[in-house]
Write a new protein. Structure first.
Lengths: 418, 404
């Protein structure tokens, strides 16, 4: 069932204590080849309660959130709040290179398992904490779910319609961002340890990473004192006017196209679209009067954008997403269709790339198709080696390595430690 | 003195726009030496994008590219010039990492594909990132990050059930790839240090973005369900939304997951009559009557500022947060406490703010010490001081137009 681990990080062991806020960090390190052990509380990790579920049967062994983000990890159960659990955890830390956690700031310290204590157990340990606002500062104890960090980081303000409340993405995005940047911080610390022998503590703030998703919005305030606002299906951030349409309706869905911000490739794309429209009999005088090689969206007025929009809209409504994408590729027009999961799964490009991976789930008597690795490397494996663990699936092999006997495990199981 | 984390690591950076430069910036902020190769014959497209200092366009006046390229040297080099090779080979010999974000094939046309780089320097690390990866039938499609939002599923998943979707702000998937790229580069450096072997990293921005929706994708591959946008709702929380506050376009996000949080919320509201109704007593009831619940809650939030709501609710353990505008982000007390922004002096923009890393490393702090460079501002320094080119050769190449 399990493929051989040939990954970049195959000598390293990561203990992953994260809930949904940081669980992606271990998945990325696992893709890179690390031996990631997900440490769950007995009875199962909170991530297992997050849907959707396999065949819509809500059960901790059926969470597709868990399947997705705990693939490439082994799994053990351990109550780190109990005396035995703490002792076992310290033993485990001796065998590990990295601990990743996403509890409230101070929680691990309160158990005597903070970085200061654990680094005495293992001098070269790296400990990464992924929290909504970081370990310090006036918001550090704030509760931060996805909607909160996405908002306090500034993203909701500029997403959605101007006549409706600010808007988040319907699948939480703060958390995978926290995990991804946690992986970067952890890798930086690991590299430094390889050079110097020293471990360290990595304090990740999800809010700070969300600010990075603002692209140039924050700079608009910084140098122009302009607060950009959300503009529905129009492009925000390329001019203060924001009347450059981005999402367009077509015959069977939506496509994404905008006249972009500069000449060069965007100018050629615009010209190719106008030629295409001309060929199909939508010959607009205004569109044809523009010298696209000199065009700049930043200097286009609201009225000019409005004049662009009418004929282009008419053209898109005549075609399906597939027709527009195919024609756009041929003519080098920058149009992408707005895909749902179905079209993504069917995309021939991803098949060419062998992106999809099949993992067997013997306990379900089924094989599940997964999105593949986050990154491809030329000479090492970075794909999926194993499905996400069942509750306590690797207790025996991991605890045996620590010298715990089957008898010990029986006692620990019955006392709720594992 | 504390040693910088990536001290001695040298990156030759051919990237442009957002994804490539930001990944490299993570390493530059932690002490890597970075030469960013640009050319006035083919400038970074975002040098032409706002915000410009005083609103006046100019190749060195936008804070947009500046903020992604601080701590880097800018070398102007026309890669298509016949004599660019003389510089290029020295640069490759100097570098540990070559980073690029061109359309696949562009590096090969310049004679610096991974295979060629390895011939010059066997243990080179190459970081390639583009929209759809280095291989496959669509690998060479040119498009912008704002359009990849649609392809990777985010447009369809951001919107209100009763309206056309809007997608999240901007070139959203562009912001997903950089931390993953930075992690991959560091992993490659670590691997090389242990094994002596280089590597080629192929980061498809599309594939990274799909992984940020992996459970949604599995819902289709396993259950054949196509998920659509659902406003700000969350299947297992209520209320879960963004509510109007006092002031113009001011909002506060509130997310209630547990009975304790619900109780704390209605107590903070002063136990109004409506919360005692059966329609709001349990999560199942609140989910059923979510529209009315939100209307009721909005009637309360509108009487307070967003900050008042946040502090009041967080004070009693209810997740709540101000919907921050750019101005609020810039002045955010939490970010200020953590010294997230660094003010640097740019020769044309003047003093402005730069994002530091979203993590703090306890023993190897980041240091942002040079503003985003003007195009080609370090050309002579890089050639003479870093590459050791003689004054005479530099002048001759300069006169030939190599450094345009």
């Amino acid at each position: 069932m399990e493929k051989k681990n040939m990954g970049l990080l195959s000598p390293y062991r990561v203990l992953d204590l994260c809930d949904e806020k940081g669980v992606v960090c271990g998945r990325i390190l696992g893709d890179f080849g690390a031996d990631v052990i997900k440490v769950e509380s007995p009875g199962g990790d909170p991530c297992r309660n997050i849907g959707p579920f396999y065949h819509d049967i809500p059960h901790p062994e059926n969470s597709l959130f868990w399947f997705a983000y705990c693939a490439n990890k082994r799994g053990i159960t351990l109550n780190i709040e109990s005396a035995d659990g703490k002792e076992i955890f310290r033993k485990l830390v001796k065998t590990a290179d990295v601990v990743v956690e996403s509890f409230l700031p101070g929680y691990m310290d309160s158990l005597g398992l903070g970085y200061t204590e654990l680094s005495q157990v293992n001098h070269s340990l790296i400990m990464t904490s992924i929290t909504p606002f970081g370990q310090t500062g006036p918001y550090k104890d704030f509760k931060g779910s996805d909607l909160i960090t996405w908002s306090v980081g500034g993203m909701t303000q500029v997403s959605g319609y101007p006549d409706r409340p600010p808007l988040r993405a319907s699948f939480p995005q703060s958390y995978p961002h926290g995990g991804a940047v946690g992986a970067a911080g952890t890798m930086f610390a690991l590299y430094y340890r390889t050079i110097s022998g020293e471990g360290q503590y990595v304090d990740v703030s999800i809010q700070e990473q969300v600010v990075r998703t603002l692209c140039n919005v924050r700079q608009f305030w910084d140098v122009c004192r302009i607060n950009l606002n959300r503009a529905g299906q129009y492009r925000v951030g390329l001019s203060a006017a924001s009347n450059n349409r981005l999402i367009w309706q077509c015959k069977d869905g939506y496509v994404c196209f905008n006249t972009a911000f500069s000449a060069g490739p965007s100018g050629r794309s615009n010209q190719a679209l106008v030629d295409w429209m001309n060929n199909e009999g939508i010959k607009d005088e205004y569109l044809n009067s523009i010298d696209w090689s000199e065009y700049s969206a930043a200097q286009t007025t609201e009225e000019q954008f409005a004049r662009l929009e009418i004929p282009i809209s008419k053209f898109f409504m005549k075609h399906t997403m597939a027709e527009l994408f195919e024609g756009a590729i041929e003519r080098r027009v920058m149009i992408y269709p707005a895909y749902s999961a179905k079209e993504i799964v069917e995309d021939p490009q991803l098949k060419d790339r062998e992106f999809w991976e099949e993992l067997e789930h013997p306990e379900l008597d089924d094989t599940v198709t997964y999105p593949g690795a986050f990154v491809k490397f030329s000479e090492t494996e970075s794909g999926l080696r194993r499905r996400a663990p069942l509750i306590g699936e690797h207790n025996q092999e991991v605890y045996a390595e620590l010298g715990l006997s089957d008898e010990d495990l029986l006692i620990l199981k019955q006392s709720g430690v594992i | 003195m504390v040693r910088a984390l990536f001290e001695g690591v040298r990156i030759l950076d051919f990237t442009w726009a957002y994804v490539g430069p930001v990944a490299v910036k993570y390493l530059a902020d932690q002490g890597a030496e970075v030469i960013h190769v640009e050319s006035s014959t083919r400038p970074d497209p975002i040098r032409a994008a706002p915000p410009f200092k005083d609103g006046i366009p100019g190749i060195n006046r936008s804070a947009y590219p500046a903020c992604f390229n601080n701590n880097k040297y800018s070398l102007a080099l026309n890669l298509k010039h016949p004599r660019a090779k003389e510089i290029l080979e020295r640069l490759i010999n100097w570098a540990d990492i070559v980073a690029e974000s061109f359309a696949p094939g562009a590096m090969a046309r310049l004679g610096i594909s991974y295979d060629n780089l390895v011939k010059i320097k066997p243990d080179i690390i190459m970081y390639s990132t583009c929209q759809q990866g280095q291989t496959g039938r669509h690998s060479k499609i040119a498009a912008l990050g704002t359009q990849l939002v649609a392809l990777s599923g985010f447009t369809q998943l951001t919107g209100w059930p009763d309206r056309d979707p809007t997608g999240p702000f901007g070139p959203y998937p562009d912001t997903i790839a950089p931390p993953i790229g930075a992690a991959a580069i560091a992993a490659a450096l670590d691997y090389r240090r242990r094994t002596g072997r280089g590597i080629h990293i192929d980061l498809s921005q599309y594939e990274a973005a799909i992984n940020f929706l992996a459970p949604v994708i599995l819902d289709y591959t396993v259950n054949k369900r196509i998920q659509r946008a659902q406003g700000n709702h969350c299947p297992y929380a209520a209320p879960h939304g963004i509510f109007p506050c006092k002031g113009e376009d001011r909002w506060c996000a509130i997310a209630v997951f547990t009975d304790e949080e619900w109780q704390a919320l209605y107590e903070a509201m002063g136990n109004p009559q409506w919360v005692r109704r059966r329609e709001f007593a349990t999560l199942l009831q609140r989910k059923k009557n979510e529209d009315e619940l939100e209307q009721q809650l909005a009637r309360w939030t509108i009487n307070y500022t967003a900050e008042e709501i946040m502090y009041k609710l967080q004070g009693v353990g209810v997740p709540a947060g101000v919907v921050e505008k750019a101005e609020d982000v810039q002045n955010d007390p939490q970010l200020a406490h953590r010294h997230y922004f660094w003010q640097l002096e740019h020769s044309e923009i003047g003093k402005h703010n730069y994002e530091g890393p979203p993590f703090r490393l306890s023993k190897t702090p980041a240091e942002l010490n040079r503003a985003g460079p003007c195009l080609g501002q370090d050309t002579e320094y890089v050639c003479r001081n870093i590459l050791g080119i003689s004054e005479e050769l530099f002048s001759r190449l300069s006169a030939d137009g190599v450094f345009e």
